[in-house]
Design a protein around this ligand. Structure first.
Ligand code: GAL
Length: 339
């Protein structure tokens, strides 16, 4: 049995472990998976199928604007910024487009992602461009000298000459940038390196023979983790991941990110991003909880992942906090669920 001194040091150790949680809870910087997430104007964040770009000391979130009452012939990509990943300021519509390729009524613009080019100092947006039947299967690009836009439409094309639908984004630690895209005829998805100006595809880096959507990728502790969802449209399914020591592979078998019965807690992957703090690095799962009948009310599921030794686990959703300076997270086990 520990003596008095033993208890004292135990209490000190416990307090030290709890301190980050207590101070973070006090600042009420909670990210609440599944809840309505309001921006600085008090309006629900409209950034579905989105992407995050960490630029300078600020996080930028780009995504699909699915708000009601819009002109159905137009699509907008929103931009929000934040320094703490919880409070987001609406920075306007980074891109507004009216059917640039004459695809007809109900044309599709999905999953916008923004890259920075250290060569040209421009920002380049990639997005999935399609017609109402998802037969066009192209990516489109748009460019801006300012991160928040306005972005100017450049062109649409098929990466590597292949059909491309859901896209994902990855920038490696050495600054090289990649587009992930699902290609139905090949029954799998591609990781393709972008050119230094980010305006075109340089080469194929890997092909994974697994038809996955919502493709996402992260590099953590010497391993690459690729993640995606099965192809069930807006309906959630058990998302899966694989690992490799090099982007070009060989890639491991796919494993489940959460118990299969949970269907990724009702969400679909859209991106993985890393918060590299002074004390720890946290990898965040960024997912969409789609509501197909009321897409404008679709929600977000962001959770810190449990990473290590080739495993990547999505814990049950629960409110959490992160200190973006230290990278330390605190997940409240007994917090309120989605509302
Ligand atoms: C999903 C895809 C979404 C959207 C939807 C349409 O699988 O991830 O981005 O395209 O299908 O049904």
């Amino acid at each position: 049995m520990p003596n008095v001194k033993g208890f004292q040091s135990l209490a000190v150790a416990l307090l030290a472990a709890l301190l980050p949680c207590l101070s973070q809870a006090a600042s009420s910087n909670q990210i609440r998976p599944g809840a309505v997430w309001l921006d600085n104007r008090g309006q629900p964040i409209q950034a579905h199928g989105g992407g995050i770009l960490h630029y300078g000391h600020t996080w930028y979130w780009f995504g699909e604007d699915r708000s009601t009452g819009q002109d159905p012939r137009k699509h907008s990509v929103t931009c929000y910024s934040s320094s703490d990943l919880e409070h987001w300021k609406f920075r306007g519509y980074a891109l507004q487009l009216s059917d640039p390729e004459h695809l007809g009524p109900h044309w599709v613009l999905e999953r916008p992602k923004v890259y920075y080019s250290p060569l040209t100092h421009h920002f380049v947006m990639y997005m999935h461009l399609d017609n109402a039947h998802y037969r066009y299967a192209h990516v489109a690009t748009a460019i801006s000298s300012r991160i928040t836009g306005p972005y100017k439409y450049v062109r649409s094309f098929r990466p590597l000459g292949l059909e491309s639908r859901d896209i994902g984004q990855f920038v490696d630690d050495d600054g090289s940038a990649y587009l992930i895209f699902e290609s139905r005829p090949s029954h799998g998805f591609y990781i393709a390196q972008l050119s230094a100006d980010r305006l075109s595809i340089e080469k194929q880096t890997a092909f994974l023979a697994m038809p996955l959507e919502g493709g996402a990728l992260v590099h953590d502790q010497g391993l690459y983790y690729v993640l995606g969802s099965h192809m069930t449209g807006w309906r959630p399914n058990p998302n899966v991941y694989a690992t490799a020591k090099a982007l070009s592979g060989p890639w491991s078998e796919f494993k489940q990110i959460a118990p299969a019965s949970q269907d990724t807690y009702g969400s679909q992957s859209t991106m993985l991003f890393k918060v590299t703090g002074k004390k720890q690095t946290t990898v965040v799962f960024m997912g969409d909880i789609w509501k197909p009948r009321s897409l404008w009310d679709s929600r977000y599921l962001w959770m810190p992942l449990q990473m290590g030794d080739g495993t990547m686990l999505l814990p049950p959703p629960s409110p959490w906090t992160i200190d973006t300076k230290t990278g330390v997270t605190c997940v409240s086990a007994c917090g309120a669920g989605p509302n």
